[in-house]
Design a protein around this ligand. Structure first.
Ligand SMILES: [Zn+2]
Length: 217
């Protein structure tokens, strides 16, 4: 697997620092499972961050710090949302899905448009970034579109191209409101991607204006 497109450094920094929201974190982690180059970068950032922490001057704590911590120990713990894991065999058609994603509940395939369907991934906590699998039939030309927020795409199977280049398994693509996405899926094989989307898709042109009200993404 030759990876040509990687996440921008600020996302790798956010991953190392734990400042990404959960949906973004899942997308970057998906890329990291297949990309040794970005894993090295994240390890380096974590090392640098640890060194900075070690060299910081300690700050004196307030006199009542211990009392406040002890008071919180009596408060009830908020349980995490319980989401049923996928039933056995439900993800057998998705061998490329990283193991950590397979622990989340994944809905059934939903139709979006001819040649295009998606499968939402239910995250255990709320996130402003939604995560879903997107499968496109070979040769599908996506409607020209932009985004109201950021969209991270991790290619799991097959490939596509747009004006920024050719994308295949392991590649990472970032779309945002400043970039038009005129995506054409490679011929011969369906393209499967994990997508983390913040905001909504905005389709361009007259056809987009007609289709947009019916689009569920
Ligand atoms: Zn990478």
């Amino acid at each position: 697997m030759t990876i040509r497109h990687h996440p921008p450094d600020d996302f790798l920094t956010g991953f190392a620092a734990g400042t990404l929201d959960l949906g973004q974190h899942v997308a970057i982690a998906t890329h990291l499972t297949g990309c040794s180059r970005c894993r090295r970068t994240v390890r380096l950032m974590e090392h640098v961050g640890g060194s900075v922490l070690a060299e910081m001057q300690p700050t004196p704590m307030s006199d009542d710090a211990l009392a406040r911590v002890e008071a919180r120990m009596d408060q009830p713990v908020m349980p995490a949302a319980r989401i049923a894991p996928p039933r056995p065999g439900a993800l057998d058609d998705l061998p490329e899905l990283p193991a950590f994603v397979r622990r989340y509940a994944v809905s059934s395939w939903k139709w979006i448009a001819p040649g295009l369907r998606f499968r939402p991934i239910q995250l255990p906590t709320d996130s402003p970034t939604r995560v879903f699998l997107l499968q496109s039939a070979p040769g599908t030309a996506m409607l020209d579109h932009t985004h109201t927020g950021q969209e991270m795409t991790c290619v799991l199977r097959g490939g596509f191209q747009h004006r920024a280049g050719q994308y295949g398994p392991g590649d990472f693509d970032l779309g945002d409101s400043s970039r038009h996405h005129d995506v054409v899926v490679d011929a011969g094989e369906a393209c499967l991607c994990l997508v983390a989307m913040h905001g909504k898709l905005r389709l361009s042109g007259l056809l987009g204006a007609i289709v947009q009200p019916f689009l569920r993404l």
